[in-house]
Write a protein that binds this ligand. Sequence first.
Ligand code: SF4
Ligand code: SF4
Length: 86
Amino acid sequence: MALMITDECINCDVCEPECPNDAISLGQEHYAIEPARCTECVGHHAEPQCVQVCPVACIPVDPQRVETRDQLWAKFTALVRAKTGA
Ligand code: SF4
Ligand code: SF4
């Protein structure tokens, strides 16, 4: 699953630079995760980095975005290809 940021977000800016996929950005009212870019950190880290650093624990899995580990891995490789042009 991709993760999502709830409206409990306090806009502390801590998570954005930790995302290896540049999936996090400031939305209209609080930070948000672009689902197409969130691999739950699969391919980069053992644990979701945004969840590790968030001080208010407002980054749950998005039940609307159920993905298997294989799907997350495929998303990761596609993002790498897009970035490197390979
Ligand atoms: S789980 Fe990882 S890839 Fe997804 S938004 Fe958080 S830091 Fe980025
Ligand atoms: S770390 Fe948590 S509270 Fe801070 S901007 Fe990210 S989601 Fe919001």
